[in-house]
Design a protein around this ligand. Structure first.
Ligand code: KG4
Ligand code: ZN
Length: 334
């Protein structure tokens, strides 16, 4: 049996988790509220908050797991991509902790970790088998991946500009709904009519995406409407949320469905922060049911950033004997 302590600090969540093999023993997340008033993550404030949070979060993860520090066999950490200052805190902590324990280090790619969260032993249900497709959708990334093995992920398509989560967050910002906009739009959309307004999606070749045009046409549409009715957003908030959400989700899934058909894959997973979106979840299930495919939809706690996913990625690297040198620096881009 292998016990892994995992650390995640790539953006604005400080998280630590303990796994015993593929079983999660604890997963502690400290979310940083300080960014809300700025409508986005402020990097300097994020690294400062990570520094305040990291020791209590790791302590809590070890305590909740019911283990001793000496039980830890390896320390896994997110090396990148992410914000440099944020990564530095988790990376430095992981290195010193591993060195103090005399245990090996395992570096983890944040995006791979999001995808591999599907291999954390589930309380119910099964894990995917290879090959399978995964739509990775977060605030920073939008990719369709074909997985042939745990670390063999072929990028079939990706966004050429904004990420899906970024587009949703920007739409929310335009409507002055708050940050992060994803969960707010999801909630308000439940009361609205998704067919109320139509927003065009761009024609992009293959399995690639583009979201900046959707955001711009949303902005211009609202500008025109506000000239006629200054209360337009207030009066149509739910319909606007439902319509923009539907536009983005349909665009995402249309390409995923195409990719699964073309590659004859019968299992489709979603991962990353936007996979918490209720329409994306229900629409993926509907498409999979239609084709007789299996949908893998992560529990909410594994959608947004967490260390449990870093731990499961670390576990598979441990099995492969892939350990990291203490001199490795973080990297900001995937
Ligand atoms: O994976 P994540 O926590 O951080 C990154 O690695 O980027 O993803 C954060 C993104 C944000 O854009 C947030 O608005 C979005 O995930 N998000 C959602 C929902 N919950 C979080 N988007 C749509 N619907 C949601 N329910
Ligand atoms: Zn993430």
């Amino acid at each position: 049996m292998v016990t892994i302590l995992a650390i995640e600090s790539s953006c604005d969540d400080t998280s630590a988790a303990v796994l015993r093999d593929n079983v999660l023993l604890s997963n502690v997340i400290a979310s940083q509220k300080v960014h809300e008033q700025y409508g986005g993550v402020v990097p300097e404030l994020a690294s400062r908050a990570h520094q305040q949070n990291i020791i209590p979060v790791v302590d809590a993860a070890i305590r909740e797991a019911g283990i001793q520090k000496t039980d830890i066999d390896a320390v896994a950490f997110t090396r990148g991509p992410g914000l440099m200052g944020s990564l530095m805190v988790g990376v430095s902590f992981a290195k010193s902790f591993a060195q103090a324990l005399g245990k090996p280090l395992i570096e983890v790619n944040h995006l791979q970790a999001h995808v591999l969260s599907h291999f954390i032993q589930a309380e119910s249900g099964s894990t995917p088998t290879f090959p399978f497709l995964c739509l990775l959708v977060s605030g920073g990334h939008t990719q369709i991946l074909l997985l042939r093995d745990h670390f063999d992920m072929e990028v079939l398509g990706q966004t050429i500009d904004d990420a899906a989560g970024e587009a949703i967050d920007k739409a929310a910002k335009i409507m002055d709904l708050g940050y992060p906009g994803g969960p707010i739009i999801d909630r308000l959309a439940k009361e609205g009519n998704p067919e109320a307004f139509k927003f065009a999606t761009p024609q992009i070749a293959g399995y690639d995406y583009s979201f900046s045009g959707i955001k711009t046409s949303f902005l211009y549409f609202l500008r025109d409407q506000l000239k006629v009715d200054p209360d337009f957003i207030e009066n149509h908030k739910a319909d606007l949320c439902a319509s923009i959400q539907k536009t983005i989700v349909s665009f995402l899934l249309k390409k995923v469905e195409r990719a699964a058909l073309d590659h004859q894959v019968r299992q489709v997973a979603i991962a990353g922060g936007v996979s918490a979106n209720s329409l994306l979840r229900s629409e993926l299930q509907r498409i999979c049911d239609k084709h007789g495919w299996t949908a893998f939809i992560p529990p909410f706690k594994f959608c947004t950033d967490n260390a449990a996913m870093v731990g499961i990625a670390g576990y598979y690297k441990y099995l492969r004997g892939e350990f990291a040198d203490i001199s490795l620096p973080p990297y900001t881009r995937g």
